[in-house]
Write a protein that binds this ligand. Structure first.
Ligand SMILES: *Cc1c(COP(=O)(O)O)cnc(C)c1O
Length: 397
């Protein structure tokens, strides 16, 4: 990132680790074979692919055959949701899918797509802290349920769901369980057996790897219909010539993320707590969105009464601070975040939210700078455009 920018938007994407770039470079020109070719350049590429697969499998506690490389997190989510639901229906298992109200659009819209093809959907609510209640999942289970998809950690407010517990319920009912773990990599444990998941999504650009490459872990025996048809790559589960340099980058980035996880999480948590406590103490009528404890170490999502999150972002940007309101996909539109609404915030409260997500290069000086410049910004915005309730005497009452 540009040196003068304080980048606090790591939930949107992260910069590539130079060490990862270094590992990728030879696979663009020097070892540019197609892994499906039988000649030596092809075998070199296949070997790199195998090594990356092995690395990923080790981090997840999985078998290499259970790893499917994709073109990112959205594709892996779509493959999990559509691939399992359609395969299950084909086998006469039913057509009921359960998900949560705070999923990423890659899951929510894939589920909505299934609805158009006759699937029935149950959307689990979250409480005020942003957490799914295991009892709600238990109650939603039906004999014809074919898939449950609940994310590990939320990209907007960082809430961490009780995945292992939800997974146990799915197992009791014999229903495949998918979790979008994109935001968890490098911050939370990813062992698929400890988590009780059958399918798990990751994408490299959220953990200092390249963009446009991700993976789906699919437990052996889980029925899965490919969503991209063509050649026999990825054990016939995802056609297309493998993006070898990107997959090499993903493999190394994930191994590094896992190796550095304890120190990285502690680094982020420490700075995040200073940011949250500092802002709550300095800015009146401010609130933290999402559970304080069941939360990603790098996420601070706050609402400031009577200000628009978008206005705050523009002012922060002028001072070289890059943050976000809602998710990147919804910012720029006037729609309030579906995640914050699902938590019970009003549209006004949701629109007043700002998300800071910290990363490996964030320093305490960066946090100090935010703590210095943000409170007067909020104060100024409130003076220029006071709250509706403070603006005038009620006309009708
Ligand atoms: C970023 C993100 C995705 C999408 O991943 P892409 O690689 O950008 O397609 C999916 N789910 C979550 C939770 C994310 O944060």
């Amino acid at each position: 990132m540009n040196d003068r920018i304080i980048y606090l938007d790591h939930a949107a994407t992260t910069p590539l680790d130079p060490q990862v770039l270094e590992a990728m470079l030879p696979y663009f020109i020097q070892y540019a074979g197609n892994p499906s070719s039988i000649h030596q350049p092809g075998r070199m590429a296949l070997q790199a692919l195998d090594e990356a697969r092995e690395r990923v499998a080790r981090v997840l506690g999985a078998n290499r055959k259970e790893i499917i490389f994709t073109g990112g997190g959205s594709e892996a989510d779509n493959l999990a949701v559509k691939g399992v639901a359609l395969a299950q229906r084909q086998r006469g298992k039913g057509s009921h899918v359960i998900t949560s109200a705070i999923e990423h659009h890659a899951v929510l819209h894939a589920v909505e797509y299934l609805q158009a093809f006759g699937f029935e959907i149950t959307v689990l609510p979250v409480d005020r802290r942003g957490l799914v209640q295991p009892n709600d999942l238990r109650a939603a289970m039906r004999p014809d349920t074919v898939l449950v998809s609940v994310m590990y950690a939320n990209n907007e407010m960082g809430t961490v769901q009780p995945i292992a517990e939800l997974g146990t319920i799915c197992r009791e009912h014999g229903v495949p369980f998918h979790s979008d773990a994109v935001q968890a990599a490098g911050l939370l444990p990813l062992d698929v057996n400890a988590l009780n998941v059958d399918l798990l999504t990751l994408t490299a650009h959220k953990f200092y790897g390249p963009k446009g490459v991700g993976l789906l872990y699919a437990r052996r025996g889980v029925p899965l219909l490919p969503q991209i048809n063509g050649g026999g790559q990825e054990r016939r589960r995802r056609a297309g010539t493998e993006n070898v340099p990107a997959i090499v980058g993903l493999g190394l980035a994930l191994a590094l993320a896992e190796e550095r996880r304890p120190t990285h999480a502690a680094h982020c948590r420490n700075l995040r707590d200073r940011l949250i406590d500092g802002l709550l103490a300095r800015i009146p009528l401010s609130r933290l969105n999402g559970d304080r404890v069941q939360r990603l170490p790098n996420n601070a999502n706050l609402s400031f009464d009577c200000v628009e999150g978008e206005s705050v972002l523009l002012l922060l940007d002028q001072r070289g601070i890059a943050a976000s309101s809602g998710s990147a996909c919804t910012s720029g539109s006037l729609e309030p975040s579906h995640v914050l609404l699902a938590m019970g915030l009003t549209s006004e409260e949701a629109n007043g939210s700002v998300r800071f997500t910290l990363g490996k290069d964030t320093t305490s000086a960066d946090i100090d700078f935010v703590l210095e410049v943000l409170p007067p910004m909020i104060e100024r915005l409130r003076v220029v455009a006071p709250c509706a309730s403070e603006r005038a005497e009620p006309v009708l009452a």
